[in-house]
Design a protein around this ligand. Structure first.
Ligand code: FE2
Ligand code: FE2
Length: 209
């Protein structure tokens, strides 16, 4: 029985994706798919976090999730499929959040500041372990997006990886290494998976997602 409809944010996917961005990503199916999957999961996770009281917050997370990796459209194609990553390639990877921000500002001058902030910070991690700025305490909405980004990338099939796709429980355990409890619980609920004990460190395989 659905008794909470009145409390739910009224969202359609159309509110969250943008034709211009879709056109940019379509030639790179792995990127396009990742954007779409991250968007769906981020909206569900934000709602599971109780953010639906403020639908603008949910919308901004959803939009940012769709646009977050647009900077990768400037990458050389081989960077999507190669491993290991060489030192000079890490420089390209580490600037992609700022590259995404630049593209969005050019294409969408009135973009909400929160969307830009989320995109810019989606690789920041607590304790200053992320990039590009090494922010010590990323905000909770950033960590929702970061968690969904990592989870989506890990469970997706990537032929170039030794492990082609990770089990949902393993991906969730990896997310739990940086995301606070409430985000991990909400993500587990949104993805309909159960939490298990620590699966061991998966390493930074998904740092470039
Ligand atoms: Fe990503
Ligand atoms: Fe990214």
């Amino acid at each position: 029985m659905k008794t909470q409809n009145s409390k739910k944010a009224v969202l359609t996917l159309k509110d969250l994706y943008w034709d211009w961005a879709e056109k940019m990503m379509q030639p790179i199916p792995v990127l396009h798919q990742h954007a779409f999957e991250t968007m769906k999961l981020a909206v569900k996770t934000a709602i599971a976090m109780g953010m639906s009281y403020d639908s603008k917050k949910v919308v901004n997370i959803g939009i940012a999730a769709f646009l977050h990796d647009l900077g990768k459209t400037t990458w050389p194609k081989e960077l999507f499929v190669k491993t290991p990553i060489l030192p000079h390639e890490w420089d390209i990877i580490r600037t992609h959040p700022l590259q995404s921000e630049k593209i969005i500002k050019e294409k969408w001058p009135d973009v909400p500041h929160d969307v830009l902030r989320l995109v810019r910070q989606h690789h920041e991690r607590p304790g200053g372990r992320g990039y590009p700025y090494g922010i010590y305490e990323p905000s909770i909405d950033v960590l929702v997006l970061a968690a969904c980004d990592v989870y989506t990338a890990m469970v997706a099939k990537r032929d170039y990886r030794t492990v082609k796709s990770f089990a949902p429980e393993v991906a969730l355990a990896e997310v739990a290494r940086f995301a606070p409890e409430q985000v991990v619980d909400a993500l587990a609920k949104a993805a309909q998976i159960r939490r298990v004990e620590d699966q061991g460190h998966i390493c930074s395989l998904v740092m470039n997602e």
